[in-house]
Write a protein that binds this ligand. Structure first.
Ligand code: NAD
Length: 292
């Protein structure tokens, strides 16, 4: 029997835990955690992501602010803003919503963020700490996937995990984390140059699809009984919705699900976990849990 992993349920449990902790902090006279999102330009998807993060801040009792800048902002002006946020003691953590306009180096911007406030976990110092198994801010999507595996008590030790995609924000960190002690997977990373990708994916006890190609993973690529985690979210045209589009994952859910022991749907799987994991990182920042 296939079990559908309910990311909304797990996120709701975590949301209640975080909100209770914030209420306790406030009752003790402490300041509520404070998250700032920096938004450059007016890309529709980025607006939606930042809007959802701000809404979730309200739900868990955090203070929050979105700082908006036109896409004509220079790199130096953005770096100056980051320096101000680094120095602002009222701000526990902040994120710079990606992508940035072409004339701004994302690498330089990420490296300018104080690692202690880097709640997205994209700064190389946090990446290094994560790989070394030290306390670190772990990027929200991989962290969310780990929370799902833990909540459903899915066995990972000794399992072969095949990750499709090697981005810095999903594929590489989740592959690294699952290979670490405690998770103990044997991990293979596949990417656009992998030979016989379908054959490799078929050997996976756990398959994590994070390539951004709608319905790429089909039933013939998945071993009977596998755990399938679908990270992809792409808008595809649809005649069945008023908006004219729907969200599609990287997995052809209808035909893959019957073969799986566990599978995440899109939407409602990994997506809700990403935002709540960012909230947890912000709480950890406010409590100085990662950097003392
Ligand atoms: P990305 O474009 O940065 O990386 C995609 C990776 O997939 C690359 O490493 C590339 O080598 C690999 N790839 C591309 N085509 C391939 C192919 N044909 N075969 C094998 N590998 C291939 O993307 P990303 O930022 O990692 O995001 C991946 C998907 O996950 C996107 O759909 C994105 O929207 C989604 N996403 C969802 C969440 C969430 O909260 N659920 C968070 C982040 C990203």
């Amino acid at each position: 029997m296939t079990k559908i992993i309910d990311g909304k349920e797990v996120a709701a449990v975590m949301r209640a835990e975080i909100a209770a902790e914030v209420a306790q902090m406030v009752a003790e006279g402490k300041r509520a955690p404070y998250l700032v999102a920096v938004l450059v330009g007016n890309d529709g998807a980025s607006e939606a992501y930042v809007g959802n993060k701000e809404k979730m801040c309200g739900e868990v009792g955090f203070g929050s602010q979105v700082r908006r800048f036109p896409d004509t902002i220079t790199e130096q002006e953005l770096l100056d803003e980051i320096a101000r946020l680094n120095a602002d003691e009222a701000v526990d953590g902040f994120i710079v919503q990606l992508p940035l306009p072409k004339h701004i180096s994302e690498d330089r911007v990420i490296e300018a963020i104080d690692p202690r406030k880097d709640v997205d976990g994209f700064h190389p110092e946090n990446t290094g700490r994560m790989i070394g198994g030290l306390p670190a801010y772990i990027p929200a999507t991989p962290d969310g996937i780990l929370s799902l595996l833990k909540y459903y008590d899915i066995e990972t030790s000794g399992k072969h995990c095949v990750v499709i995609g090697r981005s810095n924000i999903v594929g590489r960190p989740i592959a690294n984390l699952l290979s670490q002690k405690g998770w103990d997977c044997t991990v293979t990373i596949c990417h656009s140059r992998t030979h016989d990708l379908a054959g490799v994916v078929r050997t996976g006890d756990i398959v994590i699809a994070a390539l951004g190609k709608p319905e790429f993973v089909t039933a013939d690529m998945v071993k009977e009984g596998a755990v399938v985690i679908d990270v992809g979210i792409t808008r595809v045209p649809s005649a069945e919705t008023k908006s004219g589009w729907r969200l599609a994952g990287d997995v052809k859910f209808g035909e893959v699900a019957p073969r799986c022991s566990y599978i995440t749907p899109v939407p409602g799987g990994v997506g809700p976990m990403t935002i709540i994991s960012l909230m947890r990182n912000t709480l950890r920042a406010a409590k100085r849990e990662v950097y003392k």
